[in-house]
Design a protein around this ligand. Sequence first.
Ligand code: IMP
Length: 426
Amino acid sequence: MSALVVVGAQWGDEGKGKVVDLYAPYADLVVRYAGGANAGHTLVVDGEKLILHLIPSGILHERAKCVVGQGTVIDPAVFLKEIEALNERGVTTQSRLLVSPRAHVVLPHHKLIDTLREKKSNAAIGTTKRGIGPCYEDKVARRGIRMGDLLDAERLRSKVEANLECWRPVAEDLGSGLPSANEIVGEYAELGETLAAYIGDATALVSASIRADENILLEGAQGTMLDIDNGTYPFVTSSNAVAGGACAGAGIGPTQIRRAIGIAKAYATRVGGGPFPTELHNEPGQQLRDAGAEYGSTTGRPRRCGWLDLVALRHAVAVNGLDELAITKLDVLSAVPQLEICVAYELDGVRLRYPPYERIDAAQPVYETLEGWSEDISSCRARNELPPAAQRYLARIEREVDCQVGVISVGPDREDTAELRNPFDA
Ligand code: IMP
């Protein structure tokens, strides 16, 4: 048995979609274990862009079966749209894609409340407004609606009616009404009917795959610094994005996961509010945004850009137990003549190697300057083909965070990748 987990090691948008897409040809099963349509995994196939929010990127590889596990929250209309878009491109989904009946359903009022709260709050989190927070709130309060409920209209009705009553005072407080139970049940029971063939015993499929000694790829969403328990709370998402989240969210035991691979961009970005010590508000920040096309794949928002934060990355190596890093968008740094990396924070005169649990926004980054490079590196396929300054940059990361770099992404296409090998062989 060989299960490995791929997680975001920063604030999301690290390029997990591309890395999972590269690893998927070696996998028998790809399982998404957390988050919902807040994620946007951009894939470039034959020069054409495809963004998946819910379905694992592994779906593009015929060999792999794909599971959307119980740790996720599903917007069924988005799920259906993705199935249709894939089918239009000739990608088969029938018999290859299964969503857990235990996964929770994002309802219209989750999205409404998420949006209204963001509008009203003067300390907005900057959510994706996809209803993620309210849906996970229902799950934890034990009043959520699950994908399996879509298959039984009567059960769905009684749960939706009870659920709406819980949200009514919240909506009123925000100056809004709620959709009626009839509207919701009508739309969602129909979606359930359409999606029935895709809702099935995902737990049994994962267990069978483990017993059959298959290669399982556990696909994370968002990133470590957005994890509800390990991130920059409260400016986080509402699920466990870290490697440990894969156990509960996919239904796999910790002893069955053999490796954890962290994806990190060669610099740092963040969307939405919250602390970001290495953020650049000046010309180099805009240079990174332009060169890296740093605009959200789900919301289109410009991403905040900054220097690589090794304090955050060290934390990610620790809390995920990372065995290896995949560094993405190294090519973007070719546009920057002189590079800074943040090796520590300073807070109240104390030097910190790991992020504090509070007041990260008051932390001052401690930078070291490294020489940049200007060569086009997109055709490099091995580490030793990179310019010496780029090799030194990677070596410095490894030394600071005590984790080896494996795959290096040097451009958006699948082919623009150095040091690619079968991750299950390691
Ligand atoms: P939510 O997950 O929509 O509730 O948003 C909470 C925070 O996580 C916000 O700062 C979002 O911008 C951020 N976030 C959620 N999903 C992603 C993602 O896939 N990439 C980057 N940031 C994300």
